[in-house]
Design a binder for this molecule. Sequence first.
Ligand SMILES: O=C(O)CCC(=O)C(=O)O
Ligand SMILES: [Fe+2]
Length: 499
Amino acid sequence: MEPPAISPLRAQLNTLNHAINEAVTLPHVSGTLAVSFDDLHLFFKKPEPGGENSDSCHLNFDTATDDNLELLSRSCDAATFGRNNEDVLDESYRKAGKLDASRFSSTIDIHRTGLLQLIGDHLCKNLPPSSTIQAERYKLNVYGKDAFFEPHKDTPRGEHMFGSLVVVFPTPHQGGALIMRDKGKEWTFDSAEAIKKHQGPCIGYIAFYSDVEHEVTPVTSGYRVTLTYNLYSTPSTTSHANLREASLSCLKDAFERVLKDRTFLPKGGYVGFALQRQYPLPRQGKYLSASNRNLKGEDAELMSVALDMSLEPTLYLWYGQTDFDYSNSYSRLDGVLCNFVPRDQPEGESFLALLRQAGGKTVGTTIVQSYNEELDMWYYEDGDDSDYYEYRAVTPDMDVSWVSQLNDNTVAKTPCIVYGNEASLSHEYGRLCMIVKIGAYGKRYGTSVSDVKDSDGISKEDDDDNIEGNDDEGDDDNLEGKEEETESEGDADDALDSL
Ligand SMILES: O=C(O)CCC(=O)C(=O)O
Ligand SMILES: [Fe+2]
């Protein structure tokens, strides 16, 4: 059977989706960096059976002997990792030694090496020039023969943590490559080889978004010593993007083409994008940060383009509804959009009802019809052949046309067992979506946000109740930065308290 014709709306949404996929940026950066001999000193505490009065030892990574490194290795504790909310010691998953930050001192000053600018140029292109990146020293890891670390994602330690940095010291070794996997792609950084080729004192480095899965392959000889850092970006208070025009233009062109097309949502509406990367969420009961400038890679580009075009992009957590109760009605609610992180589901209560009570917006998907020539009929792309516009007993707060779909039942949490490098603290990864408000044809592009609000063809009711544009100058606690919303903020707070 011939594949069914794609509806004009789906074709337009696909144009945007392709442009986003084209905008993909590498989620990591790696290489070697020349440093001075003086940057390579390490002081560490040798363990004493009794504890406290342990001797201090010293080595320089440029000249360290096997004996020096063996002593360092013996001074380490066995490295644990996070499995859900527990720190676990399991040598079938992670075999390595580690020293906590309080047990060693290194002379390398990462903020002085120029490495953070380089990382920022690759991973935080959207940050305004005034923003800075901070590297928080985390742990020293020592991998002897056969040591390794199985695939995991680094545990998020705050909303503004965007990445991880691994510095590899120049000790002779083989194996211990770092492999990263992301969206079906794989990259390997063999720091041992890279360092071998470098003349003079150097370090190997690799920085990546911390939601990128990574592993360390077994070391086959020598000692591999790494220093890890958590990377944070400061929330910015200046106007949005600093993206290079070249990388933006493709996505912007696609947006412009679609918006100029009079058949694309002629009366206006909402368009949804599943964000490509995962982000640390604030703790339960807190509002999502308005720090949408801390988005990563292609998500940052999408946000920048939408802001640039005055499209009122807003970030939400999406809770999908999968268990429809058709016996009750023909209602078709696809899910709820929340700008807060809900508390856990109390037993026996309807989670979606609670989300709604707390201020979540119920969402239906705009029906996209396609024509099948062979059968000479129109059908609904999502396979639902009931005409739910007629039967929909519960009207969703809004209909969204999805450019890219979020499908999981609940997407606020990384599903199943979470392997991290530390037991989860107050943050966990969540998937977000961005909803963009599109004005009616003739009033959508080049109009200011306030023009769009008043006359975009979206019903007044929608304007009042639904998505309010995020105040981009908002601070961490999102709604506190939203001046117009004091009433609903209070409501939402009360409702959250009752969760
Ligand atoms: O030592 C390394 O190369 C990576 C360590 C790591 O992935 C971690 O500590 O989370
Ligand atoms: Fe890691």
